[in-house]
Every structure is written in structure tokens, then in C-alpha cells.
Design a protein. Structure first.
Length: 282
């Protein structure tokens, strides 16, 4: 599949990394920190904190939990702080042995007491690390987790009711639902047979139920496939996911719909490239 522009890792990709790390770093102590130097510039990988304070805050801390909130990944430390990671478009958090070959675009390294390392790499330098007491210190209020009981048909109905914004834009709004990005928004709209350009206020009760189920369905499929690697995404072991092999519309412009064979179309919705079947999605 031809690579397109990088896409920000979404819930399935970040959840895959979380699960990988939870199985390997829980209970480990952080013994050292290495920040890639940026001569004459602030350290771009660290957000809202200087390097000395970051080192002081994490060195010696024990990792008591590996969490995810929306697209954010966090190591919960025994100091009651969260080491929060956002991969943005091209970031990766890789678990390596200390003698593993150097990784390209390395921005930061957390050394662990079992001799392994957590390496944060980022081609475009949009991602970052925070040290915070709570997610609210880093991000604005996030909506419910779509794979949790907090994501309900009733809540989705409220999010769409009376809205003159496109359905896709509404489900991409992290304040409404946490963790959905471009890939899974397109796939959910297709699975629900809804044109992504349709205004929220025009979605029927039956369609809202279908969309609710579709969001959960495509995200679960993404997690089971260990995420989508259209270009830059890697799991914590440096391996690609498989979801790109199973998408129905995303980046399939001009290819026949698997259901009706109509060519998949690509338009802009809310400034985002959007893929849909003009026959199956109304």
C-alpha cells in the first residue's frame, strides 16, 4: 500500500503500545535519563519543564502503572506523578536492550533497572514528554473512552443533536470522544453507512445507534490488529501493525468499494482528507 502523509497514532495504536509496555516495564525503576542535545535551542521533546527538573522528577522513580487516556500514554510513577507521552504524528516509544543499535531521530531515553531502555523517537519533533500530576495539566477535558461503558448511545446523541458540523468532525472532537483520529473516523462512518459530510443534526436515531456500534467495532478491530502502519507507526517492539491491511475506505481513493464496487472518493472535511463510498454512505 502506497504511503501517504503521516497520521497521528490513534487509540488502537497507543493502546497497543500501552499493553506492550505494561507487560515489560511495570515495577521497573528509572535509573537514568538521556535527552538528545539541541545545540543553542530549548529541548523540544520536554514540554513545560526544563531538563534538570525533568531528570530530578523521574530518576529513581518506580513505574507503578502504564495508562492511556485518549491518544495520550502515561507512566504512573510512585512519586504520584505521571510521565505523559504524546506521539503526535511520527513519535514512537520503543523498548530496547541497552546494547541495541542506535535508533534514528532519537529524542530521549529512559534507562531502566533491568538493563532495558525506553527510547522516544520522533522524526518531526511534534511529540513530547510531560511530567504532571494529572492529565488535565497537559490537555483540555477529554470525552469518554469509546471502548468504555462511559461511551453510550445517549451521550453520542447529545454530541450530535442540533449540530451543524459534519459527523466526522464531531467524532474527531476529542472533547466529545477521546482517541478517534482520521483513520478510524473514516472507517466508522463507512461501517455505519453514513456520509461523513452529513450534518450531526441530520443523523437519525437508528443511524446514531449504528455509528455508536461502528466506532467500537473499528477501534476493537484496530486493537486486535495492533494498530495501523501506513507509514511511521511502530509498536513498543519496533514492529508494524496490521490494520492497514483491513481498512475499507481509508486511503483507498479510486479503488472499488468492497461492498458495491463503486470507486472510493476522497474529499476534505474540516480540513482533513476523508475517504468514503458515495453509494454505500448516504
Amino acid at each position: 500500500m502506497k504511503a501517504g502523509p503521516p497520521d497521528m497514532p490513534e487509540l488502537p495504536e497507543v493502546e497497543t503500545i500501552r499493553r506492550d509496555l505494561e507487560a515489560r516495564v511495570l515495577g521497573r525503576h528509572i535509573t537514568g535519563v538521556v535527552i538528545a542535545p539541541e545545540t543553542g535551542k530549548p529541548v523540544p521533546v520536554l514540554k513545560g519543564i526544563d531538563e534538570a527538573s525533568f531528570r530530578e522528577g523521574v530518576a529513581g522513580a518506580r513505574i507503578e502503572g502504564v495508562e492511556r487516556r485518549g491518544k495520550y500514554l502515561a507512566l504512573r510513577l510512585d512519586t504520584r506523578l505521571l510521565l505523559i507521552v504524546h506521539l503526535r504524528m511520527t513519535g514512537a516509544l520503543l523498548r530496547r536492550t541497552a546494547d541495541a543499535p542506535p535508533d534514528r531521530f532519537l529524542r530521549a531515553v529512559l534507562k531502566l533497572d533491568d538493563g532495558s531502555e525506553l527510547r522516544f523517537t520522533d522524526i518531526r519533533k511534534f511529540g513530547g514528554l510531560w511530567l504532571a500530576e494529572d492529565y488535565s495539566d497537559v490537555t483540555t477535558a477529554l470525552g469518554p473512552e469509546p471502548l468504555s461503558e462511559g461511551f453510550t448511545v445517549e451521550g453520542l446523541t447529545v454530541a450530535l443533536a442540533g449540530r451543524k458540523a459534519p459527523v466526522k468532525s464531531i467524532i474527531l472532537d476529542q472533547r466529545r470522544i477521546a482517541g478517534i483520529g482520521n483513520i478510524y473516523a473514516d472507517e466508522a462512518c463507512f461501517a455505519a453507512a453514513i456520509d461523513p459530510r452529513r450534518l450531526g443534526a441530520k443523523v437519525t436515531e437508528a443511524e446514531i445507534e449504528a455509528l455508536h456500534a461502528a466506532v467500537r467495532e473499528v477501534l476493537l478491530r484496530g486493537v486486535e490488529s495492533r494498530g495501523a502502519s501506513f507509514r511511521d507507526y511502530q509498536d513498543a517492539n519496533g514492529k508494524q501493525g496490521n490494520m492497514q491491511m483491513y481498512v475499507k475506505v481509508f486511503r483507498r481513493t479510486g479503488k472499488p468499494c468492497y461492498t458495491c464496487e463503486t470507486p472510493i472518493e476522497r474529499v476534505k472535511v474540516g480540513g482533513r482528507s476523508t475517504h468514503f463510498c458515495p453509494t454505500c454512505q448516504r
